[in-house]
Ligand binder design. Structure first.
Ligand code: ATP
Length: 236
């Protein structure tokens, strides 16, 4: 098992955002967490990456507890989050944004190989490598945010709403690349999405989050065919 959450409770002040979250991620898979606005999807990712540490419960990465570790220690273990809203550095160039992704690494030859790899994945970024990140379109900024995370060589990539605000064509392209990263780099992916249809078509398994609680967990294709899920999340 790569990652396991056991009875995770997380709060913002007095407000409890996550209630007794139990979930697991196997090595090499794509899992998705779907749910309405405010269900607690982002909070779940932030509890894993150490930004909103759980008040109780356990988070185990390959069997070792990581709850209570600082976010930089968690990144150093190979867990990398691409936050909602992208958060690239607008005044730095594309190339400088990518350098920042590799800041914990010392293996300069491999860094160069990974840089070549992300430029092959996203030729748009290669063309704009000397432009400020802020000049890129929304889709390109999402590509840059994902690429910056890849430059850290993550073993587990946490993606928060990669389709947010993007045109359908760009979204499709980004999801294609998410599947490629999973296959070619053997990167395990934890995907949070409002677009439940796309997320379930991409993932192996899915969890449904409602008001901070997991209410359903199944193979992604079973969730796609589940009538309650279709009514609540797929607009069928
Ligand atoms: P969205 O798709 O809107 O991001 P989400 O499923 O990711 O939704 P979260 O952002 O995790 O949901 O929010 C879960 C709950 O925690 C919501 O009720 C939200 O209002 C609350 N919340 C989130 N961030 C904060 C914060 N910084 N301070 C207080 N409450 C917060």
């Amino acid at each position: 098992m790569m990652l396991e959450l056991r009875g995770v409770n997380a709060y913002y002040g007095n407000i409890q955002a996550l209630h007794e979250i139990d979930l697991y991620v196997e090595e090499g898979e794509i899992i998705t967490l779907i749910g309405a606005n405010g269900a607690g999807k982002s909070t779940t990712l932030m509890s894993i990456s150490g930004i909103v540490p759980p008040r109780s419960g356990e988070i185990l990465f390959r069997g070792k507890p990581i709850h209570g570790m600082s976010p930089d220690k968690i990144v150093a273990l190979g867990i990398c989050q691409v936050p909602e809203g992208r958060h690239i550095f607008p005044d730095l160039t594309v190339a400088e944004n990518l350098d920042i992704g590799a800041f914990l690494r010392r293996d300069s030859k491999k860094i160069k190989e990974d840089l070549d790899y992300v430029y092959t994945l996203f030729p748009h970024l290669a063309k704009r490598r000397n432009q400020p990140g802020g000049n890129l379109s929304g889709g390109e900024q999402q590509m840059l945010a994902i690429s910056r995370a890849l430059m850290a060589r993550p073993q587990l990539l946490l993606l928060d709403e990669p389709s947010m605000g993007l045109a359908p064509l760009v979204t499709r392209k980004i999801f294609e690349i998410i599947r490629m990263i999973n296959k070619e780099q053997n990167t395990t992916i934890f995907l949070v999405e409002q677009n439940a249809n796309l997320a379930l078509k991409t993932a192996n398994r899915g969890y449904v989050l409602e008001n901070g609680r997991i209410t359903l967990h199944d193979q992604a294709d079973k969730l796609l065919n589940n009538e309650d899920i279709q009514k609540a999340y797929l607009g069928i």
